[in-house]
Design a binder for this molecule. Structure first.
Ligand SMILES: C[S@@+](CC[C@H](N)C(=O)[O-])C[C@H]1O[C@@H](n2cnc3c(N)ncnc32)[C@H](O)[C@@H]1O
Length: 226
């Protein structure tokens, strides 16, 4: 069986015991370089490591699927949790195998942000632009979420729909310029944050990295926040 595991948002502190056990027993550990770098201290020395990037992932995943057909225990490591902004990659794993695979949850960057910013999941909508394809339906969804006064946790798309472009889109689509927005970079690493209004962000000259997550807080206080 290939098992897809979430390994947390960038530090072994957020690797679950379940994922650690699966890595320790694996014959093959696969994933993007940046994700394998985080878990490299706990990959057993005898395991074969398969690193991949955006351009060779399909070919690399087919070699992992081949190992799985030969009976090896294969792990594909995902950043954070698979179930937030991980399904396009999961689909590639399943296409390579030709069947559904098991997913093991991890701690998402969105959970880490919710904890730092003290916001409640129940009142928050999670939107990722970190995907291939047409962003328009997701952009429109973001505007509706803010109009409904919910918190929004947003993953930008490197590098064509980054925080500044998101802010400009919100202004162009009727969101008030005084709405506050927070940008957090490298949670659990060399963390930095920016906060200000949507208007200020649209005019911001700072260049944000691809390890960026955004939060727009609801203007409404729900009973749980009072
Ligand atoms: C393909 S998505 C995967 C998200 C992941 N599945 C999760 O649950 O966090 C990758 C994006 O997640 C965000 N991200 C992941 N880890 C992060 C961190 N430690 N700090 C800030 N953003 C992070 C960044 O926007 C990054 O480009």
């Amino acid at each position: 069986m290939i098992q897809c595991i979430g390994v947390g948002p960038g530090s072994l502190d957020y690797l679950t015991m379940k994922s650690l056990a699966l890595i320790s027993e694996a014959d093959v550990v696969a994933g993007f370089d940046s994700v394998l770098n985080v878990i490299s201290p706990v990959i057993p020395p005898q395991a074969q490591i398969v690193t991949m990037n955006y351009s060779n992932q399909v070919q690399k995943l087919s070699s992992v699927a081949e190992s799985h057909r030969l009976g090896l225990r294969c792990i594909v490591a995902f950043m954070g949790d698979i179930h937030f902004s991980g399904f396009q990659y999961l689909e590639r794993v399943e296409n390579a195998c030709g069947h559904p695979v098991e997913t093991i949850p991890g701690i998402s960057s969105s959970q880490l942000l919710a904890s730092k910013a003290k916001i409640c999941f129940d009142e928050t909508t999670f939107i990722t632009f970190h995907r291939r394809g047409d962003l328009d339906p997701f952009r429109r969804h973001l505007v509706r979420v803010l109009e409904d006064n919910r918190n929004a946790i947003i993953l930008p798309r490197p590098y064509d729909f980054m925080p500044v472009e998101i802010a400009q889109y919100l202004l162009d689509n009727g969101i008030t310029g005084t709405q506050q927005i927070e940008i957090w970079e490298n949670l659990c690493g060399l963390e930095t944050s920016w906060s200000g209004s949507v208007t200020e962000l649209a005019a911001e000259s700072r260049v944000f990295s691809d390890m960026t997550i955004c939060l727009v807080r609801s203007l409404t206080k729900f009973p749980s926040q009072l």
